[in-house]
Design a protein around this ligand. Structure first.
Ligand SMILES: NC(=O)c1ccc[n+]([C@@H]2O[C@H](COP(=O)([O-])OP(=O)(O)OC[C@H]3O[C@@H](n4cnc5c(N)ncnc54)[C@H](OP(=O)(O)O)[C@@H]3O)[C@@H](O)[C@H]2O)c1
Length: 388
C-alpha cells in the first residue's frame, strides 16, 4: 500500500498532537508532509525533528524567522495564512487533517477541497459557518470528507451498511461539562480555571469553554445537519456524563445503534484517517466492571442557552450560523481574557443574533462579512452586556 501524504493544520494543538500519536503507530500507512502552527515553535521544532515533514507553516513571519535560525534550511518554512493556503494544494498532499481552531479553519479547508484533497475534519466551525459551500464543493470535487469529532464519527460508524432513508433521528450525546449540576444562579461567578476543568475530555481552551456552555453541542448539531443531511427536527441531544456512548442513530423501525468507547480522541482520529478500514489500535478499552452505570437525561435549555441559540441559528439559516459562531468565538475570547463573566456569553450571542438579519450565503465574502460584523458587535456590546 502506498503511504498517504498528510498535512496537519494545527499540529501543535490538542487534536494535532493526538493525530501525530496515531500516525506514529500507523507509520506504514502515512507520511507527514506538512505541519502548521500558530506560535508554539518549541513544540513545532520537536515535531519537525521527529516526523521530518517536507515543510511547515507558522502564522507570523517573525516566528518563521526564529524557526529558520533554529533548524536551518533542511525543512521548508513558510508563514502566514497564504502559506497554509499554499501547502494544502501541493502535489505531495493526499489528505488534510483540518484542526485549526475557529473560523480560521474555513478558508484552508475549502482550498484543500477545491484542490481535490481528502479531508479529515476536526474543525467543526468550518461546517457551522460554511456548511452549504463546503458540502457543495465536496460533491463537485469528488473528495472524501470524514469527521473527526467523536459524535459524528460515532454516527458515521452507526450508518455503515444502512440506507440513509431509514434514519429516524440522530442522537448526539453530551457529557454536560463541569457545570452540569451547578445552580444557574452561580454562573456569574464561574472562574476561567473552573470552566477550563472539563470532567472527561482534555482539549484546547476554546472547545473546553464551548463544552462548559454546551455551545459545543450546538455547533455539533449544525455540523451533523450538514454532514448527514438530516433535518434539525431529527437531531437530538442527550446528556450522558460518562462519555462512553459517543452518539446514536435511531432507525425508522425503532432500532437504535450506538458507538461506544473510552473518551480518547485518538480512536475517532484513526477512524477518520483510515476510513473505511479499521486497523488494530493500542488504545485503552472500556472496563464495564469499573464503569458500573451509564446515565442519560435531557439537556436543560434554560440553563444552557447556547444550545437553544444554536438550534435557533440553524432554523434561521443563511448567515445566521456564521453570526452565532463569530459571536461565540469573540465572547469566549473575552471570557478567557477575564473581561466578561461566564453568564454573559449566551446573552451576548443572543443579542448578536437578534440584531442580525440573515442573508443567503452565495460566496465566501458573505461569510467573511457576517463573521466580521458579529465580532465587532460583541466587542462593542461586551462592556454594557447584562447577563440574563
Ligand atoms: N480537542 C478535542 O478533543 C477536539 C474534539 C473534537 C473537535 N475538536 C475541534 O478541533 C479543532 C481544534 O481543537 P483543539 O482542541 O485541537 O484546539 P487547540 O488545542 O487550541 O489547537 C489549535 C491549533 O491551531 C493553531 N492555531 C490557533 N489559532 C490559529 C490561527 N488563527 N491560524 C492558524 N493556526 C492557529 C494552534 O497553534 P499554536 O499551538 O501555535 O497556538 C494549534 O496548533 C476545533 O475546531 C475543535 O472544536 C477538538
Amino acid at each position: 500500500m502506498r503511504k498517504k501524504n498528510i498535512a496537519i493544520l494545527g499540529s501543535t494543538g490538542s487534536i494535532g498532537c493526538s493525530t501525530l500519536e496515531v500516525i506514529r503507530h500507523l507509520a506504514d500507512r502515512f507520511h507527514v508532509s506538512y505541519l502548521t502552527a500558530h506560535r508554539n515553535i518549541d513544540l513545532l521544532t520537536e515535531q519537525i525533528a521527529r516526523f521530518k515533514p517536507h515543510g511547515v507553516v507558522v502564522l507570523e513571519e517573525r516566528n518563521a524567522a526564529a524557526l529558520r535560525e533554529r533548524i536551518g534550511t533542511a525543512t521548508e518554512i513558510l508563514s502566514g495564512v497564504d502559506g497554509i493556503l499554499e501547502i494544502v494544494t501541493r502535489a505531495d498532499v493526499d489528505l488534510v487533517l483540518s484542526s485549526l481552531v475557529g473560523f480560521a479553519g474555513l478558508a484552508p479547508t475549502l482550498a484543500a477541497i477545491r484542490a481535490g484533497k481528502d479531508i479529515a475534519l476536526a474543525n467543526k466551525e468550518t461546517l457551522v459557518v460554511g456548511g452549504e459551500i463546503i458540502m457543495k464543493t465536496v460533491q463537485e470535487s469528488g473528495v472524501r470528507l470524514t469527521p473527526v469529532d467523536s459524535e459524528h464519527s460515532a454516527i458515521l460508524q452507526c450508518l455503515q451498511g444502512e440506507d440513509p432513508k431509514s434514519i429516524g433521528r440522530l442522537i448526539l450525546t453530551a457529557s454536560g461539562g463541569p457545570f452540569l449540576h451547578l445552580d444557574r444562579k452561580h454562573f456569574g461567578t464561574i472562574t476561567r480555571a473552573q470552566a477550563l476543568n472539563h470532567p472527561t475530555w482534555r482539549m484546547g481552551n476554546k472547545i473546553t469553554i464551548d463544552s462548559a456552555t454546551l455551545m459545543n453541542k450546538g455547533l455539533e448539531v449544525i455540523e451533523a445537519f450538514w454532514l448527514f443531511g438530516i433535518p434539525h427536527e431529527q437531531i437530538e441531544v442527550v446528556i450522558h456524563p460518562q462519555s462512553i456512548i459517543h452518539s446514536m442513530v435511531e432507525f425508522v423501525d425503532g432500532s437504535i445503534k450506538a458507538q461506544l468507547g473510552v473518551p480518547d480522541m485518538k480512536i475517532p482520529i484513526q477512524y477518520a484517517l483510515t476510513y473505511p478500514d479499521r486497523p488494530a489500535a493500542p488504545y485503552r478499552r472500556v472496563d464495564f466492571g469499573a464503569l458500573r452505570e451509564m446515565t442519560f437525561f435531557p439537556p436543560d435549555l434554560e440553563k444552557f442557552r447556547c444550545l437553544a441559540l444554536a438550534y435557533r441559528a440553524l432554523k434561521r439559516g443563511g448567515t445566521a450560523p456564521a453570526v452565532l459562531n463569530a459571536a461565540n468565538e469573540r465572547a469566549v475570547e473575552l471570557f478567557l481574557d477575564e473581561r466578561i463573566p461566564f453568564s454573559t456569553i449566551p446573552s451576548l450571542i443572543q443579542e448578536a443574533l437578534e440584531a442580525h438579519t440573515p442573508a443567503p450565503v452565495v460566496t465566501m465574502d458573505d461569510l467573511v462579512r457576517a463573521d466580521r460584523e458579529a465580532r465587532d458587535f460583541i466587542t462593542r456590546h461586551a462592556s454594557a452586556a447584562v447577563s440574563y
